[in-house]
Write a protein that binds this ligand. Structure first.
Ligand SMILES: *[C@@H]1O[C@H](CO)[C@@H](O)[C@H](O)[C@H]1NC(C)=O
Length: 322
């Protein structure tokens, strides 16, 4: 197979392939054929279709590895890039997670670390959250039919590939440590730290969206603004651990302008995967058009974002800025 030749062709014909980094802060330099996608050096390739093992070897030959998602936000970067490049919006892609060694224990292929389960990475099919294939499906892919959420699949199935530069993965570690030095104000009671965010989940008093907005503000906070996928995962884990079974309002809405989803401070709500869920016909949320203008975490859809009618009675997640 002449794998590398096809890859190079793809990159020479892509408009962004030769772009030079103008702003040092927002771009990184990647060794071709890897390119900067959301500050990660990736190859997203639909011309290479193969089994999980064969495309993993393809990545290794490029000096990479099937993409790992220790940071769940990389899925948002990949999803956005695929949607901006319709030519890529046609295949499912193998990624570097598998449970071949120990059934049910999903690990990342780069350093065998634990894969976060459930929301925000894993997709939902017929009311069940992946992985659902048991011993028959031991490799992970981004499923084109389910908005590129993570699914388990039979490792011998043919899928396209997303590789990440191993060099960049090794460099990624020091950055994390710097972040933790920033001094923080305390998270005041009744708020509590859930992951990195100071939140209050009220699943006792159900109210319409605007009333919940006033309640959060009376507590010195605002309705929750979750724009980091890892924070959504931490919130999901908290809700499950505390047996919360109701929908919860968050601070997003498109009340001011249809389809323009913003938080209360007018910052954009991240759209698509891995934040928004799926409605019953299979469309990605938000799907309620003019009738559903407020953002809720949907309990039946594993607390992914859904739009809903603002008058509906729901609990709330409030946030206190620290
Ligand atoms: C595994 O690799 C990821 C990505 O480089 C890194 O963030 C993480 O700290 C590594 N974990 C261990 C235990 O080496």
């Amino acid at each position: 197979m002449e794998l590398s030749r096809v890859t190079l062709l793809l990159f020479l014909t892509s408009p962004l392939g030769l772009a030079v980094a103008e702003n040092v802060d927002s771009n990184i330099v990647c060794d071709p054929p890897f390119r900067d996608i959301g500050r990660h050096c990736l190859v997203i390739d639909t011309s290479i279709i193969g089994t999980w093992d064969s495309v993993r070897q393809f990545c290794r030959n490029l000096g990479g590895e099937l993409v790992n998602m220790h940071d769940a936000n990389i899925l948002h970067d990949i999803f956005s890039f695929i949607k901006e490049n319709p030519i890529l919006d046609s295949e499912s892609y193998w990624i570097g997670a598998y449970d071949i060694l120990d059934e049910g224990k999903w690990v990342w292929s780069y350093n065998n670390t634990h894969v976060r389960m459930n929301t925000p990475l894993w997709g939902v099919q017929s009311g069940h959250q992946e992985p659902t294939g048991g011993v028959y499906e031991n490799c992970a892919m981004l499923n084109k039919d389910y908005h590129y959420y993570v699914f388990d699949d039979n490792c011998d199935q043919p899928n396209a590939v997303i590789c990440a530069s191993t060099k960049k993965m090794a460099e990624a570690q020091p950055e994390e440590e710097e972040k933790d030095n920033t001094p923080r104000r305390e998270c005041p009671s009744p708020f509590i730290m859930i992951g990195n965010v100071c939140l209050l989940v009220d699943a006792l008093k159900e109210n319409p969206w605007s009333e919940q907005q006033m309640i959060c503000s009376a507590l010195g906070g605002h309705m929750a603004r979750i724009e980091d996928a890892n924070d959504l995962g931490d919130l999901y884990d908290y809700l499950i651990a505390n047996d919360v079974r109701m929908d919860l309002w968050m601070g997003g809405s498109d009340l001011r302008m249809e389809d323009d989803w913003v938080w209360e401070n007018n910052a954009k709500v991240p759209m698509g995967t891995p934040f928004w869920g799926q409605e019953t016909r299979g469309m990605q949320e938000p799907a309620g058009g003019l009738y559903e203008n407020c953002l809720s975490l949907s309990s039946v859809d594993f607390f992914y974002f859904h739009d809903d009618e603002c008058q509906r009675m729901k609990g709330v997640v409030c946030q206190y800025d620290i």
